[in-house]
Design a binder for this molecule. Structure first.
Ligand code: LRH
Ligand code: MN
Ligand code: MN
Length: 390
């Protein structure tokens, strides 16, 4: 199978692929050591949306933008929804935030104090009101809840309180809406986290009901974790709601997806496709959760969605009939070779042609560099306060 005939067979499956962009990717970001400013950085939620819409114009891959509340708080969400539509995108997932308020020092939904739990629950209910106005489907909750020292907290009590808080929130989730619970095994708490892994998230959302699912952030696992296995298992259980895509070398680095380990991204996407998580019949949401500390943000996001598309194409190229036969025959190296053949297939030329056929630039990175969008925003966005990612 040459790469060209192979690509022709999968080209149509790439139509409709959508990767949601995080509004916070367009703000200035950095580490705890330094946040670097950059010319043209948005000063308002609207400017973030305009930048996200630019990524979509150049790639055709990013029709929605995720908001984070309160970072993206505005007075009129219906107006923001119209503004986004004028720019050519829609508002997507609403991310709650219960990690930046002094009251949450010892947690939020699992906090020992009912008043703090109520405040965190009310914040989630406010997010659902926002979803009603923006037309968003998903409420994504990531909790910083946890502890730093053995003995600091009653692990079991916290889990029970978390379940109770989540069920109060879930009661308000609309028929067409979903609650998506994200897990992370460390940071900012380092001894224990209340939702550290897919199993805990799965147990919590399964207790809630059908419209509660798991969010898998690729940066939230210990080094060496077989993430594609988790993808397989969650799809098998019908509980993979969404991805937060990014790359990591050492911690929760939030680097460009597919940059640290393109092969891992390929393996994940292969299991997504294998498990029915890709295409019009799937409601698995693909999102980025990234920051751009030292590179320009818009091309950083363009590179990211292109990386996801490229690895999706390669994963679609796996000859699954031959793979199944080799696996059944116990042909270890034959099966491995079939997977690697697809991974090593260079689809960049085919994808360039695919884009041109759809009225998109063949090389979105170059087209953006040659456009005047960056110089325009750098000239126009002077004065005011640049937004940082948080
Ligand atoms: C936590 C996280 C979560 C937050 C985002 C800003 O590490 O991945 O998704 O909402 O970062
Ligand atoms: Mn995340
Ligand atoms: Mn993270």
């Amino acid at each position: 199978m040459t790469s060209h005939t192979g690509f022709a067979a999968i080209a149509a499956q790439l139509d409709g692929q959508a990767i949601e962009l995080p509004s916070w990717a367009f703000g200035n970001s950095g580490t705890r050591f330094k946040v670097f400013g950059s010319a043209g950085t948005p000063r308002s939620v609207e400017e973030k949306i305009a930048d996200a819409a630019t990524v979509h114009r150049f790639t055709g891959l990013a029709p929605t933008v995720a908001l984070h509340i309160p970072w993206d708080k505005v007075d009129d969400y219906a107006a923001l929804r119209s503004y986004a539509a004028e720019q050519g995108v829609a508002l997507g997932t609403i991310n709650s935030n219960t990690f930046q308020d002094d009251d949450y020092k010892f947690g939020s939904l699992a906090h020992v104090d009912p008043k703090v739990r109520r405040k965190a629950i009310d914040h989630h209910l406010e997010c659902i009101d926002i979803m009603d106005a923006t037309g968003s489907r998903d409420l994504k909750s990531w909790l910083a809840d946890g502890s730093n020292y053995p003995g600091q907290a009653d692990l079991r009590g916290r889990q029970d309180r978390l379940a109770e808080s989540l069920s109060t929130i879930y009661d308000r989730i609309g028929e067409e809406q979903r609650l998506v619970l994200e897990y992370k095994f460390f940071e900012p708490a380092f001894y224990h986290t209340d939702v550290p892994d897919w199993g805990t998230s799965y147990a919590q959302v399964t207790a809630l009901g059908e419209r509660a699912t798991v969010c898998l952030d690729t940066g939230h696992h210990a080094p060496g974790t077989n993430i594609e296995f988790i993808v397989m298992q969650l799809l098998r259980l019908g509980k993979l709601g969404s991805f937060d895509f990014n790359s990591r070398f050492y911690a929760d680095d939030d680097l460009i997806v597919g940059s640290a380990d393109p092969f891992q991204l390929f393996r994940i996407l292969f299991e997504v496709i294998r498990g029915g998580g890709f295409g019009p019949d799937s409601d698995v949401a693909f999102m980025l959760d990234q920051c751009h500390n030292v590179e320009n943000k818009i091309p950083g996001q363009i590179r990211s969605v292109l990386n996801v598309q490229e690895m999706t194409a390669r994963a679609l190229l796996v000859d699954r009939v031959a793979l199944d036969a080799a696996q059944t025959d116990g042909d270890v190296l034959g099966a491995h070779g079939i997977l690697m053949d697809a991974f090593y297939t260079d689809v960049r030329g085919d994808l360039a042609a695919w884009r041109e056929e759809r009225g998109l630039p063949a090389d979105p990175m170059r087209a953006y560099a040659e456009s005047d969008y960056q110089s325009q925003i750098e000239a126009a966005r002077v004065g005011g306060t640049q937004l940082s990612w948080n």
